[in-house]
Ligand binder design. Structure first.
Ligand code: MLT
Length: 266
């Protein structure tokens, strides 16, 4: 792991391989390990950068309110240190996708391609934001166990839960390492994120939008509609995948990504 001190945090980054940089931004409440299969595969040909976002993995803890824009700005500082002057292909899963929208909106000149997995551009509905406030209260009062158990059931497709116990226990282990403070400050930051939909029409770089047929959190139909608003995008729906396809079906995920990277090679 490399450690980069940004203006607001100390960020741990798994850096492997050499070549064109690929930045993998993890979802909530995980860390860079959710991209293990991608790191192994893509570091043969690319420089793979897989950070732990602030509050997760080995990065510095979250001690107060922040925004996903702050996180994106921190990642730009990381890129300046680890891939100076280079354009990067950004992979964002779910919360990582929310951060990726910030990157492509604010720093379009730094982004070579965009891959959005299991995410959305819309802000929270009032009902979803209310659910997050209830979750924050629940974690503060009783700890995170109930919240994490409910979340695990929604992250993985029923097929994964039935047939891949090693994936279930790995994801559960990663989630359990997040501190209650990280969970609550991140729920607050996610609930406060802006609607990125008005930004989609301005995206110029090649973009892949990836959905899972069994994902209850970011349904495939919503992601297909989102892809329709990005001029340079293609949309793929992975059958039998839930919200975490990079872990659930890594071989299919990697091969799709490999095809996209080859087809859009600069
Ligand atoms: C994630 O996987 O990052 C979360 O599901 C994001 C969210 O709760 O909106």
């Amino acid at each position: 792991m490399r450690f980069v001190q940004t203006s607001s945090s100390r960020i741990a980054v798994d850096v492997t391989g050499e070549g064109e940089p690929l930045l993998f931004i993890h979802g909530f409440p995980l860390d860079h390990r959710m991209w293990q299969a991608q790191t192994v595969h893509f570091s043969r040909k690319y420089q793979v950068l897989a950070p732990d976002l602030p509050g997760y993995g080995l990065s510095s803890p979250l001690e107060g309110p922040y925004t996903l824009h702050d996180t994106a700005a921190g990642l730009i500082e990381v890129l300046e240190k680890l891939a100076p002057g280079k354009r990067v292909t950004v992979f964002g899963l779910s919360m990582g996708g929310y951060i990726a929208w910030q990157l492509v909106h604010r720093w379009p000149e730094r982004i070579a391609r965009l891959v959005i997995c299991h995410s959305r551009s819309a802000a929270d509905t009032p009902e979803t934001a209310r659910g997050r406030r209830i979750a924050i209260e629940g974690i503060r009062q009783s700890g995170p166990a109930a919240f994490l158990a409910a979340m695990l059931g929604r992250l993985l497709a029923p097929q994964t839960q039935a047939a891949q116990p090693a994936v279930v226990s790995a994801v559960q282990g990663w989630m359990q390492q997040a501190s209650p403070e990280s969970l609550t400050w991140t729920l607050d930051a996610i609930a406060g994120r802006p609607d990125s939909t008005p930004w989609l029409a301005a995206i110029q770089c090649p973009t892949l939008i990836l959905a899972g047929s069994e994902d209850p959190i970011t349904p495939a139909a919503e992601m297909r509609e989102l892809a329709g608003q990005i001029r340079s995008s293609r949309f793929v729906e992975l059958p039998d995948a839930g919200h975490l396809s990079p872990c659930e079906c890594p071989a299919r995920f990697n091969s799709l990504l490999e095809d996209f990277l080859s087809a859009t090679s600069p």
